[in-house]
Every structure is written in structure tokens, then in C-alpha cells.
Design a protein around this ligand. Sequence first.
Ligand code: DX5
Ligand code: ZN
Length: 243
Amino acid sequence: MIRLAPSILSADFARLGEEVRAIEAAGADLVHFDVMDNHYVPNLTIGPLVCEAIRPHVKIGIDVHLMVEPVDALIPLFAKAGANLISFHPEASRHVDRTLQLIRDHGCKAGLVFNPATPLEWMDHVMDRLDLVLLMSVNPGFGGQKFIPSTLDKLRTARQRIDTHAKETGRDIWLEVDGGVKVDNIAEIVAAGADTLVAGSAVFGAPDADGGYRNVMRQLRENAAGPSRPPVRARGAASLSGR
Ligand code: DX5
Ligand code: ZN
């Protein structure tokens, strides 16, 4: 069972309420909410006020991905604005353990985000504070970039560490991938160990007028299930690939 988290970075910001309702209706598990500060990354997006504004439009969780530096001051604001998960880049926090604790203290699930060149060792001493590990498969800052293939090996390593931790503690940590996830590469990404997939341009690139979001998400799930396994959560209608 995988989770799909469409990134609203590629949504129509002029109709954001409608857009998040549409992805929920189309079967999304989470809303992925990209926060960029023009400091940690060279782009500027949305903050707690926008999170608060979309909150009443959906029941699904809001997965806040902070690409900001510093991190801590924004955590209480996003928690108050209705975030369910908050993840941040370890390079952007002076005290990673403290920031993780702060997120949980505010009632949210906590995640660490690894850029393509960020080593997984950042998780070594904080596994018990993690609910989510997010591997970037592009350099953060923009939607619509190409998936970096070395992420697959990194995913396998992260999967092993998470599985070992689960065996020792009985606690599951989600493994999310963000950047360049498409219908034609989701199978190998899931086979490498991801259980939560962010997809921005893949989902919002399809006009929703004719059920586009639903079709893309159905295809993502079917392909994620792989050729040898039965389709996951097939929703009745025939898929685009005819399977
Ligand atoms: C990039 C963001 C991603 C982005 C993904 O910095 O963190 O969430 O929106 O977009 P796609 O799926 O288009 O690569
Ligand atoms: Zn993101």
C-alpha cells in the first residue's frame, strides 16, 4: 500500500481551494505543501497563512516540506495552521534533534529531508525522533525537474535502515520520495523501498476537467503495484494503459 502526496507547487494558485478538493476527491492520501524562502532555496512560495486557508477544504493530512533556514520559528505557526507532518532539511537547522522534538511537541509528525548530496548519516542518532524520511530525487527549489537515478540506491539503503529500526522497536517510519516522480518511473522507485510518493507536475500537469487527476493517480497506483502484483486500490474504471 503506497501513499500519494500531490505537490500543490504545480497547482493553479489562483484556485487553490478547488485544486486541493480535486486531488482529495481523486484519491490523494496527503497534500504535499512546499515552503520555499529564497534563502535556503532560490525560490519563494507559500507559508502558514496559505496552509490555514486550505485546511478547511480537505480532510486528508497536510505534509509540509520546509525548504527554509532557519527552521524553528515556523514550526508552531504551521502546527497552528493545521499541518499534520512537518519535515525540514538538517543542514538548515543548528540543532536537528531539538527541531525534531519541537515538531512533535506541537502535535505533528516529524521528518528529515535529504538532498541528493546529503548523506543518510544525518538520521543515525535521531531514528527514534523520526516519523518520516524524505529523500529528494531532485535538488530542491522547483517543480518539473528530472528524477536523479542515484536516488534509487540511496532509497534501498534508507529502506534497510528503516526496516532494521522497525524490527528493533516495532515503529514504522515512512519513506517518502520527492522530485520527478512520474507514471513511467514509479514502479522502480517503489521497488527500491519508497512507500510515500510526492508528485507535482505529473498530477497537476493533467487538466482535471475530464478526470485528469483521478486518471493519473490511478495509473501511478497501478504502476506502483508492479507487473507481478495485483493493482493496488483499483477504482473500477479501466486504466489508461488498459490493464
Ligand atoms: C521541489 C519540491 C517538490 C516538487 C515536486 O523542491 O520539493 O515537491 O514540487 O515536483 P515534481 O513532481 O514536478 O518534480
Ligand atoms: Zn517537496
